[in-house]
Structure formats: structure tokens, C-alpha cells
Design a protein around this ligand. Structure first.
Ligand SMILES: *[C@@H]1O[C@H](CO)[C@@H](O)[C@H](O)[C@H]1NC(C)=O
Ligand SMILES: *[C@@H]1O[C@H](CO)[C@@H](O)[C@H](O)[C@H]1NC(C)=O
Ligand SMILES: *[C@@H]1O[C@H](CO)[C@@H](O)[C@H](O)[C@H]1NC(C)=O
Length: 541
């Protein structure tokens, strides 16, 4: 304890003075007078000298008879005790004894030890970033006696922390003492200083405290923020265009700006370390996400911008499955393909008679599960994106396949010369206008002017006898019927039928000649195409 030490020291000084005063014959002096303060590691000399004594002899000892830990040099009337270097072992009261003829004198010098070799050191827990708490440590290294230490930590003139290290010293040793303070930097701290001050109060020995201080200028950082990108002329571009992108980011120190492009795998490909990035002759593959990053020592902040290099839709094509000509009731898929960037949107429409387009679907594939005749018409596919439109049309023809066709002669297929005969053809599901009525002739078929599938022979002549044929043909199917009209002459009962017509009849109806002959001789043949032929064959066999 400092107090206790001072008391012992004070008492012993008085003792030496009393003792010295008893010897009158010669005098003893010391330098320093009675005490000295020495720093560990320094060199200290204690000098003892006499006056009024021819050849004194000197001896040095410590008050409690511990080793001197010093060298003695005697020169005439003076003796020097040299401590080099000063260590803890030198913290004693040293006693110089001078012996002369007339007697013996003693004088003591108290050696006080301290250690305060270096300026304190300022350490920061990390970069001083605005808004982020930071801890400042002030270290006073190798201090002795550290129970006399006082430390201050200041920011500018503001005292953040003060501490006196009034702890017990269990053993003599030097220690590093630390003062710690935490603060949250603000913008105003830019340019501010941190001061760490250490004071060793060596009290009565030395009225002015030993003081050391260290100043550190605060390097305040601001993490990059407010990163902004401007794109000129626009992030939407046409193939071949150029674009200039400028990036800025705020922070302290001013962030460095870096441009990259985001790859498909998410990695960044570095493009430039310049704030301005110019891309020329853009192509579709240059479309993508570009990233500007502001970077400084304490952080980074990024901004993304998507560039789209547009390409007008082109090569628009329509795939028709199974075919653009269909039988009523069958399904059809119309698939539209269009190329461009961004991928064109598909729009299906139907062209009305007026020429207007009626929107029907925006699916790629337009499906008609069961087509009707009225679905016939022109279908338009448009591939649309921001860069334009590309069109393609397809005509869908939906027809019925003729069915249930009937060819009849009224009143009969065997008439008399001069009678009126009506040859009539009907087909259930095909418009009458699609029916063709013909008469077979050696010179070729004669198309008859029928009205609604009916042809009237007024006053039948012998030449009107022959093979009559009715055909209905659409793009998806056809049906054919024939009949033989027999006209009997008035004079005799013999009919007229030129045999060569049989060949025509049979060839056109795909009836083998042998069967045809049978029918001819039966004279009652009613040929109704292949179906009827099968029936006829059955009846005759
Ligand atoms: C950055 O851009 C400026 C102006 O366009 C140019 O002068 C400079 O050379 C560029 N620096 C780098 C590193 O590309
Ligand atoms: C139409 O497309 C659907 C779906 O792909 C398919 O199941 C169907 O068989 C297609 N129909 C035709 C007639 O191609
Ligand atoms: C478009 O496709 C969806 C699903 O494939 C289907 O549900 C919808 O009916 C289709 N729209 C048209 C108009 O075909």
C-alpha cells in the first residue's frame, strides 16, 4: 500500500539523520539526497562521498541485507553504486557506510522503481463504420506500480471513459492495463480523433505524474449504399443497338464500381471496373441481368438491371395435324410456331367474311375436337412481342363425306316411248349443289342439267335408254350410284340397250363384266354402286 510504504520510509529517514548527527568529526553526503525514482531498465548511480576525511573506506548494503544487485566503484572520497539495468531487486533503501579515522557515518537512499516505458496503444475491434458499434481499447503496456495508474479515453474532447486501477499488487511485476469503451460512430465522427492518456501517479516522490498519450485519427467508413443505375437509351433494345449504363454508389471511402453480367449458373462475369459500361452491336445473347456493385473496405451494395435485346417475331409457321382438309366431326390441331426475343406470344384468330379478325385463343395449339362444316375458313396465327408481329394463315376445309345416296327413276326404270321419267338423286348429308347427274355415252359422259338432283325426261325416246349415274364428290369422299333406264318402243316390245354401254357402266361402277352380263339379261338390274352390287350378287347366286 502506498500509504504504508510512505510511513516506513519516513521513519527510516529520520533514523539515519539522528545516527549521522552523532558523529561530528567528518561529514557524509549522498547523491541523490535521500531518494530516487528509477525506471526499470534504466541505469542509476548512487553516490556517497565524504568531506574532512583523508582516505575513507566505503561499504554499501541494503537495509534488510538482501543482495545489492549493483556494482560498486570507489574513487578517493567517493563511492558509486551502479545499477545497470535497474530491476525489481533494486527497490530498496541503500545504506552507504563511510569509515574514517575519527569514526563511522551512514546515510541511506531510498530507490523507488517504476515502469512506464511506452506510449499507450489504441486498438479498434474493427473498421469504424457509421451506425455500427465499435470497441476501442487503450493499452498501457508494462506498467509498474500499476495500482498508481489512471487512464482516460477521449473522442475529441469528449471523455468516453476514465479508470483508476486501484487493485492490489500481489507480486512485483509489470502489467499491461487496458481501458475499453464502445461507441456507435456517426457521420460527425469523420475527422475526429481518439485520445488515450495514461498517468502513473508516483505521489510524493514525484509531484508531477508521469503521463503518456496516444492520438489516433478516426478513419470512418460508410458501407456502399444507394447504388443507382441509369440506362441509356433503354433496357429494351433492338438487335444491333448500343447501350450505355452508368452506375453510382455512395459510401466512405467512395465505393469502387464494378460491372458484371449474371451467368445462367448464377455466377457473375466481371465486365468492367468502370462506372460507365457501354455495350455495342447488341445481340440476343447479350440479353440478361447486368449487375453493378459498389464496393469499399467495409461492404458492398448492388443493383441489377435487365437488358432485353428484342428481335421481331419471324418464321411464324402453322402445323396442321392431321390435315387442313377434314371430314366433318374429325379433330384437328393447329399449332403455331414463331421465333423472336422475348419469345413471341401466340394469338389465334379467325378471319370473318368482313376481313376482321376474331380472337379465339392465345394457346400455341388450337384444338378443334369435333369439326363442323362451319368451322371451315381462314385461321390466322400471330406471333407478337414488343418488337413486332409476324403472321401466318391457314385455310381449314371441313366437308362431309357423301352418305346414303339414292338414285331412282320415277315411275320406273322401264318405261314406254313417250312416257315422262324423273331421274332423281338424293344424298343425305351433302348439299344438293354437290350432286352431279350424268348419262353415260360412248363419246363421254353427258352432264345433265338437274334441278336439286332431279332430271326430268319428257316424252322419252329410245335414245334415252341407257346408264344414268349420280355422283357426289367432296374432298374427303365420294359416292356413286347408277341405274339403267329401259325405254320400250311402241311398235314392238323390244327394248334398246347398246351393249357397249354395259362396259362403260360396269367399268365406272367397278362391276366385273360377268356379273354385269347377268344383270343385263335379267333386265331388271338396279345398280347402286358397290354395296348394291354385293346385294345383287347374293340374290343371283
Ligand atoms: C473508364 O471510362 C473512361 C471514360 O469513358 C475512360 O476514359 C477510362 O479509360 C475507363 N477506364 C477503364 C479502366 O476502363
Ligand atoms: C392434338 O393434340 C393433342 C395434345 O397434344 C393430342 O393428344 C391429339 O392426339 C392431337 N390430335 C391430333 C388430331 O393431332
Ligand atoms: C388453352 O389451353 C388450356 C390448357 O392447355 C385449356 O384449358 C384451354 O381451354 C385452352 N384455351 C383455348 C381457347 O383453346
Amino acid at each position: 500500500m502506498p500509504g504504508k510504504m510512505a510511513v516506513i520510509f519516513g521513519a527510516s529517514t529520520i533514523l539515519w539523520i539522528v545516527f549521522a548527527a552523532s558523529a561530528q568529526a567528518f561529514k557524509i553526503q549522498t547523491s541523490p539526497e535521500s531518494r530516487t525514482l528509477a525506471q526499470i531498465g534504466d541505469t542509476v548511480s548512487l553516490t556517497c562521498s565524504t568531506t574532512d576525511c583523508e582516505s575513507p573506506s566505503f561499504s554499501w548494503r541494503t537495509q534488510i541485507d538482501s543482495p545489492l544487485s549493483a556494482k560498486v566503484r570507489n574513487e578517493g572520497t567517493r563511492s558509486t553504486l551502479i545499477m545497470d539495468p535497474v530491476s525489481f531487486e533494486n527497490e530498496h533503501s541503500y545504506l552507504c557506510t563511510a569509515t574514517c579515522k575519527s569514526g563511522k557515518l551512514e546515510k541511506g537512499i531510498q530507490v523507488e522503481i517504476y515502469s512506464f516505458p511506452k506510449d499507450p496503444e489504441i486498438q479498434l475491434s474493427g473498421p469504424v463504420e457509421v451506425g455500427k458499434p465499435v470497441t476501442v481499447k487503450c493499452l498501457a503496456p508494462d506498467i509498474y506500480p500499476f495500482d498508481r495508474l489512471e487512464m482516460d479515453l477521449l473522442k475529441g474532447t469528449h471523455l468516453m471513459k476514465n479508470q483508476e486501477f486501484l487493485e492490489d499488487m500481489e507480486k512485483k511485476s509489470v502489467e499491461t492495463k487496458i481501458l475499453e469503451a464502445t461507441f456507435t460512430p456517426v457521420l460527425e465522427d469523420v475527422g475526429q480523433i481518439l485520445v488515450c492518456r495514461a498517468r502513473l501517479h508516483l505521489q510524493e516522490m514525484d509531484s508531477v505524474p508521469k503521463e503518456r498519450e496516444t492520438i489516433k485519427e478516426l478513419q470512418v467508413y460508410i458501407s456502399p449504399q444507394n447504388t443507382v443505375v441509369s440506362v441509356h437509351p433503354s433496357p429494351r433494345l433492338q438487335e444491333g443497338d448500343s447501350v450505355t449504363m452508368t452506375c453510382s454508389s455512395e459510401g466512405l471511402p467512395a465505393p469502387k464500381v464494378v460491372w458484371s453480367k449474371k451467368l445462367d449458373n448464377g455466377n457473375l462475369q466481371l465486365l468492367s471496373g468502370n462506372a460507365t459500361l457501354t455495350l455495342i452491336a447488341m445481340r440476343i445473347e447479350d440479353s440478361g441481368v447486368y449487375v453493378c456493385e459498389g464496393v469499399n473496405l467495409v461492404g458492398r451494395d448492388k443493383k441489377e438491371v435487365e437488358l432485353i435485346v428484342q428481335v421481331a417475331p419471324r418464321d411464324t409457321d402453322i402445323l396442321v395435324s392431321p390435315s387442313p382438309i377434314l371430314e366433318e366431326g374429325s379433330p384437328v390441331n393447329l399449332t403455331c410456331l414463331s421465333h423472336g426475343f422475348p419469345a413471341p406470344q401466340i394469338l389465334w384468330s379467325r378471319q370473318l367474311i368482313t376481313g376482321e379478325l376474331q380472337r379465339i385463343s392465345d394457346n400455341t395449339t388450337l384444338t378443334l375436337t369435333s369439326t363442323k362444316m362451319e368451322d371451315s375458313g381462314i385461321y390466322v396465327c400471330e406471333g407478337i412481342n414488343q418488337a413486332g408481329i409476324s403472321k401466318k394463315t391457314v385455310e381449314l376445309i371441313i366437308q362431309a363425306s357423301p352418305k346414303d345416296m339414292q338414285l331412282t327413276a320415277f315411275p320406273s326404270e322401264s318405261v314406254k316411248e313417250g312416257d315422262t321419267v324423273i331421274i332423281s338423286c338424293t344424298c343425305g348429308n351433302v348439299p344438293k349443289t354437290w350432286i352431279i347427274l350424268k348419262k353415260k355415252a360412248e363419246t363421254g359422259d353427258i352432264v345433265l342439267k338437274s334441278i336439286d338432283g332431279a332430271y326430268t325426261i319428257r316424252k322419252a325416246q329410245l335414245e334415252d335408254a341407257g346408264v344414268y349415274e349420280c355422283e357426289s364428290k367432296t374432298q374427303v369422299g365420294s359416292q356413286l350410284r347408277s341405274l339403267i333406264l329401259d325405254v320400250k318402243g311402241r311398235e314392238n316390245d323390244k327394248g334398246y340397250f347398246p351393249p357397249e354401254l354395259l362396259v362403260l357402266c360396269c367399268a365406272s361402277s367397278l362391276i366385273i363384266p360377268a356379273v354385269g352380263m347377268i344383270i343385263y339379261f335379267a333386265r331388271r338390274a338396279n345398280m347402286k354402286g358397290s354395296y348394291s352390287l354385293a346385294a345383287a350378287q347374293k340374290s343371283k347366286v
